[in-house]
Design a protein around this ligand. Structure first.
Ligand SMILES: [Zn+2]
Length: 402
């Protein structure tokens, strides 16, 4: 996780700022693994910092401030990438793991607490005793509370998170290691790239603009957006897909987060655009997701969708996937989108068509039949745009947004 990601994220539980503690980092400039632990021990320095502007004073913020180092020696910028560490919320006592470069910001009821408690224990000898004990104690409390959280659609999310356990095909994740390229399926490869290039102009991105890549999966779209000169943040609920993507990308890593779109841990009005590339049709509570999209976008910011149409859930392949893996497959059309964003200040949804026509057909009427039979891409393209000048900050606990 690069430090600059801290500019865009917050605690999914309370919306508080997060402070980092790292055990291992890499310096991207030199491609050196930087063992911050041995460095800090030699320097008798702390592993904690930099300190954000905490809005509240708590016993935890006091401990964190007391033990925090200044940004030196790590130059808290894009040249350092955390391989293993924690992000701590001083205001509500939550902490979140960073492992294999990737930050996990899942809400309590979707976390694997046994795995996380084991992960925290690796920090026992490296954090100030008081801090470690406090985190450990609060972790047990949050773990005990997790069943009280209401989320009627969590089964879909848990199915996505644990998809690895249901896969019996040994090469199921194989394509992700070269994604979007797949020498065994050139037609599919072409479709992926064609779809991406068709929706890209609608994002209206300029250099260094920040774009959220929703449900990024193997994250090749996030990787390409980074290579094009933008600052993408890939978000997916499933760790396995992102880990495969990390292996493929080697040293060119965009921001990647494991998180729930319906509890999106992104700060208000900090994004230029949002891309939903073959992802929105897996989201169950679409009104809640769109409320978050509205909250995080800047004025005039577009949400661009490349998604299957409304008959998607009736296709044989979709039925099989739903039965086998328990994942939601539900397409959308423009009317659905209008319904999902009722009450939010988006401009009316647009649907765009990319058509393949002959010279002789250019004077034909654009009937629905003509459009359907001349489609150039295998997806529906929708654009939603946040209207300008009407900020509606959403207050309160993020998990209560409906
Ligand atoms: Zn918090």
């Amino acid at each position: 996780m690069r430090y600059s990601l801290l500019n865009f994220i917050f605690c999914p539980y309370c919306g508080g700022d997060l402070i980092r503690t790292a055990l291992k980092e890499i310096r991207i400039d030199f491609n050196d693994t930087f063992d911050i632990l041995s460095y800090q021990i030699n320097k008798k320095d702390s592993l904690i910092g930099p300190v954000p502007n905490f809005k509240k004073n708590t016993s935890l913020t006091k401990i964190l401030i007391k033990h925090a180092c200044s940004p030196d020696p790590l130059e808290m910028d894009n040249t350092a990438d955390i391989i293993k560490g924690l992000l701590i919320c001083g205001e509500c006592n939550h902490w979140y793991p960073i492992s294999n470069f990737v930050l996990e910001l899942l809400p309590d009821h979707l976390r694997d607490w046994e795995k996380d408690i084991k992960f925290l224990s690796e920090f026992s000898d490296h954090l100030p005793g008081k801090l470690y004990k406090k985190l450990q104690k609060r972790t047990k409390f949050f773990q005990a509370q997790k069943n009280k959280i209401q989320d009627e659609i969590q089964d879909y999310k848990k199915a996505e998170i644990s998809i690895k356990d249901k896969v019996d095909d040994q090469d199921f994740f194989g394509p992700g290691y070269s994604s979007p390229f797949n020498k065994d399926n050139p037609e599919f490869t072409q479709n992926l790239i064609k779809r991406f290039s068709s929706v890209l102009p609608f994002l209206q991105l300029k250099q260094n603009n920040v774009v959220l890549d929703v449900g990024s999966g193997y994250s090749w779209t996030t990787e390409w957006l980074l290579k094009m000169g933008f600052e993408p943040i890939g978000v997916d609920i499933c760790r396995k897909y992102i880990d495969v993507g990390i292996k493929r990308m080697r040293n060119i890593r965009p921001h990647l987060i494991i998180a729930d779109i319906e509890n999106l841990p992104i700060k208000n009005t900090c994004l230029n655009s949002i891309l939903c590339y073959d992802a929105f049709h897996h989201i169950a509570n679409r009104k809640k997701a769109l409320a978050h999209f509205f909250r995080v976008l800047k004025e005039n910011g577009p949400v661009v969708f490349a998604e299957p149409g409304s008959d998607h859930e009736h296709a044989q392949a979709s039925i099989e996937v739903m039965e086998k893996y328990g994942i939601l497959e539900k397409g959308i059309d423009a009317e659905d989108l209008k319904f999902y964003c009722e009450g939010l200040d988006f401009l009316p949804p647009e649907q765009h068509f990319v058509l393949k026509t002959h010279h002789e057909e250019q004077r034909k009427m654009l009937t629905e039949d003509f459009i359907n039979s001349h489609s150039f891409v295998d997806c529906n393209i929708y654009v939603l745009r946040k209207s300008a000048g009407k900020e509606k900050p959403i207050k309160g606990n993020l998990s209560t947004i409906t």
